[in-house]
Design a protein around this ligand. Sequence first.
Ligand code: COA
Length: 164
Amino acid sequence: MKIAIYPGTFDPITNGHVDILERAMLLFDKVIVTVAKNSSKTPMFSVEERVAMIQETIRHNRYKNVTVESFDGLLVDYAQKKKAVALIRGLRAVSDFEYEFQMALMNRKQANSLVTVFLMPHEKYTYLNSTIVREIAQHHGNVKDFVPPVVLKHLKAKTSHRFT
Ligand code: COA
């Protein structure tokens, strides 16, 4: 069974992440979406909230062979423990490349058999990231088209706002 890990901060998961996940599902027998606990970012949602939103998205979309977990420490250690053969990363634009290239090479240096697979989301998600979604929501803008329904619900609760 070929297992892939899709790691990230997912604060929160967006439709762009979901797009990448769906592409990864076509390539691997099982995909484990994993939420990083030790991110240097200051998240809006707790790890538990981020995991729960992804779980609900998986349930809502009736995905098979996708699970969600969280991890602490080095990604390669976690991936090897899970017997994964690949790490999934999304590449939205050239600006993503340098950071992703460095991370992929460093991960390969540590675990040569673990392959990083880059997938491109639909071009309508090129400009999307979690920070921009949080920012629009915090200023009471409408993010309905950018996130799964469950995330919209949580963003409404966090920002005490009713999106139309
Ligand atoms: N659609 C929309 N947004 C996307 C996206 C897509 N398809 N793909 C990436 N993004 C956005 C994310 O929302 C995120 O936006 P933000 O910065 O506004 O939050 C940004 O692009 C990149 O984030 P993400 O994909 O979540 O990665 P990350 O850089 O936050 O996390 C880890 C990287 C957690 C995988 C990495 O830091 C890690 O492996 N940490 C563990 C420790 C370790 O092993 N370190 C050594 C690494 S060499």
